[in-house]
Design a protein around this ligand. Sequence first.
Ligand code: ADP
Length: 451
Amino acid sequence: MRRASVRARLTAWYGAWLLTTVAGLGAAVDAMTSRTLLRRIDAMLDFEFDEAAERLAAGGPAEEPAGTPAAFHDVYRMRVWTPDDRAAFESPGLAGLPPPRGEGHATIDVPSLGRHRVVAGPVGAGARRRIVQIATPLASFDAEMAALRGVLWTILPAGAVAATAGGWWLAGRAMAPVGRMTAAARRISAENLGERIEVGHEGDELGRLAATLNAMLDRIDRAFAAARRFTADAAHELKTPIASIRAEAEVALIARRTPEEYAETLRSVVEEADRLTRLADRLLILAADDAGATTARRPFPLDEPVRTAVDRAGGRAASAGVALRLGSIPDVEVLGDPELLRQAFDNLIDNAIKYTSAGGEVAVHGGLRDGRAVVEVVDTGPGIPPDALGKVFDRFYRADASRSRRTGGAGLGLSIVKAVVERHGGRAEAESEPGRGSLFRVVLPAAVRKN
Ligand code: ADP
């Protein structure tokens, strides 16, 4: 079954409670007013009864209480009965009623005169014992009650209906932003992620919800933009080596070549293919990181990946004429994936050798700082300009594009370093003095080895 709208349910609840309250209030006012009025009438009857009793007790003439003002009979009617059930006196109109029974107050119907309130009770003793009954018409009481009920049962339900209609309107107004938010959320897709939901009043719940949804859209928008940029940059980087392979092959095909020339062409094709493989590997690492791939987590000594990276770079350093030195590495254990971390150190050492000219030096050393392991890769290369320093860890960023591309870089090495180190709970930093060299620092949470 389809559930009613929040607006309809709110109004139904509100209206039902309001009507119940109003009905209860009306009934209570009705009952209290009628009780108060009857009590007042009863008090007057009691007063008249006492007066009559006094007159009778004083042995007033016959049974009719002499001296009773004529006006008395307009408002009060009286009956006096002897113990042997004879009427000693009856006001006009009351004749023919059954003899008064019992004591106290009651409401009776008097034929042709209407409803009456009565009080009855014994007066005197022995042979002078009488039952006296005083009655007063309830016509004005009934008229007053009818007027009150008329007012109560007109104003209260009308008020309740008006308030329920107001509630419906208010609920509609309160829920209107939800409708607008739903429409906006329906409109927003990958094509118009820049669109935002109208916030309305920031202070209320719906305003806060809209602001929270907008903040979420901001994050999604940024992630989408980054993914788009990544794909575009990756495609761009892939195009260069592919174009170069194609050009080499085309040139070789134009005319017959010597075996040496073919060998040279194939060598440069292999070189470009290597470049493509390296690029694909790096893209895969970053894509896996974006997808939140889980890192293998095992404790391993920090010097393991550092030493392997330095050992592997030895040949490259030698052929570049750069001195590669390994200093002390703290004897600590790191939790994570040594292969990934080795890749990060590979990139750092690779860059340091790549950007340092022959005769320069690259040093790798470490230490402990505030309970964390620190590994630094320092070179005597050209350094990095201050405005580029903050961007070197960005994907596809090259401080000196022409030089970097010549050396085969796609601007992904340092972004991999950052991603890997952060995945291990650490951080990567860069410092540089242009003209004198650069320093790349990796800070990792580590445990001192116990053996
Ligand atoms: P690339 O593959 O282009 O080297 P990286 O992400 O490894 O990309 O580095 C980004 C940029 O940072 C490089 O293009 C280069 O300009 C600069 N850079 C990185 N390492 C060094 C270094 N040791 N000395 C000077 N510049 C560096």
